[in-house]
Write a protein that binds this ligand. Structure first.
Ligand SMILES: [Zn+2]
Length: 377
């Protein structure tokens, strides 16, 4: 049995010191450190740093030169290994609007790597299927040629591996798809890459949309007479939202407003593409050319194409600009996304009975140690 001492422990609603987290594969207990016999444990000294729940990235395409849609399970393994250094302990490899064959190959690769658990590094939770059921008018960096009419059976037939899928509910067959997948009950519908009006977005929510693909990006904006998708999802307490907190996708001045409106339904994601963790230069996303310069990834026409954000940096940016507490900032990248995809019974917070997915983080949000299922990675 192991135990972490001398940390500022980030619990769901408070930061505690003087405590010990006792764990094996799961968290066994969180007790006052001076009430236990430390000689019985393998002790990890957090040296005054934060001890927080492992981060959960539910929207990430690639990392370290690899992409989920490459058709190579080893690429997903490389992502797993690389993400550990950002404090990510589990993630959803995210597919793009590519051909059906390529999407299905990515599903099979994810199935293979998911079965390996934490062997490679961060665990695969399941796929985030971003496209092909999107609106060409809001395709962003997605390839228009591969956009398809919404098809509930495609999602349901792969519900063993898909956790969340993006849909533009205003497209022909969109509402029927949302309703059928919602009634099946296994995969979460996320409104995104959508030109829906406020009313069309609300119609989607009524049929079962419960999540939002990168709020503000690739959707209709909030205008006072035309509140759009942004107005609909910010107003509905059943709908969670993703936020890319790289300070470039969304003006950080808005983080506070979204935090106030969405509370524990705000999920920090990276939307990272293969250039994440790599030097500046030329890369591809979903088969399309992308140039990485600093924190920006742009297509030749200037369209933003994913990010190169590390999730721990996202937590830092969000904490510094939103005015939320430390537990709330960490929850936005752990408990909230785990809840959004129904995994919060197992992961997402430092609570007795959950898996020991734990990170030690300095006060500038650099990752010192990443522990997954009780094992140091
Ligand atoms: Zn994406």
């Amino acid at each position: 049995m192991k135990c972490i001492i001398n940390g500022q422990i980030i619990l769901p609603t408070e930061v505690k010191t003087g405590m010990a987290i006792i764990f094996d594969e799961k968290i066994e207990n969180i007790v006052k450190a001076d009430e236990i016999d430390l000689s019985k444990y393998e002790v990890i000294d957090a040296k005054g740093n934060y001890v927080a729940p492992g981060l959960v990235d539910i929207h990430i395409h690639g990392y370290m030169g690899c992409d989920t849609s490459d058709g190579d399970a080893n690429g997903i393994r490389k992502m797993s290994a690389g993400l550990v250094k950002n404090g990510v302990t589990s993630f959803c490899p995210t597919t793009m609007t590519v051909s059906q064959e390529e999407i299905e190959k990515a599903f099979n690769d994810a199935r293979e790597v998911k079965a390996e658990g934490a062997k490679n590094g961060a665990k695969v939770l399941g796929i985030n299927c971003e496209g092909p059921f999107i609106n060409p008018s809001k395709k962003g960096a997605q390839a228009e040629d591969h956009i398809k009419k919404p098809d509930a059976d495609f999602i349901i037939n792969n519900a063993d591996i898909i956790k969340v899928y993006t849909i533009a509910p205003e497209m022909e067959g969109g509402l029927e798809c949302v309703e059928k997948v919602y009634n099946d009950g296994r995969v979460v519908a996320s409104i995104g890459h959508t030109g829906a009006s406020f009313d069309e977005a609300n119609a989607g929510i009524k049929k079962g949309v419960r999540h939002t693909t990168h709020l503000f990006n690739a959707m209709t904006s909030l205008m006072h007479r035309n509140p759009g998708v942004v107005g609909a999802v910010l107003s509905d307490e059943n709908v969670s939202v993703e936020l890319i907190a790289d300070t470039f996708h969304i003006n950080p001045g808005l983080y506070k407003m979204v935090a106030k409106l969405k509370g524990d339904k705000l999920c920090l994601i990276t939307d990272c593409m293969r250039a994440g963790g790599m030097p500046d230069g030329d890369y591809t996303l979903g088969g399309q050319p992308v140039k990485k310069v600093g924190i920006q990834c742009l297509m030749p026409d200037g369209t933003i194409a994913g990010s190169v954000l590390d999730l721990n940096k996202g937590v830092k940016n969000f904490y510094e600009h939103s005015g939320v507490s430390l537990p709330e900032a960490f929850a936005a990248a752990s408990l909230n996304p785990a809840k959004a995809i129904g995994e919060d019974d197992k992961i997402g917070s430092l609570e007795v009975g959950k898996l020991a997915d734990i990170i030690i983080v300095d006060n500038d949000f650099n990752i010192i140690k990443t522990i997954i299922g009780g094992l140091e990675k």
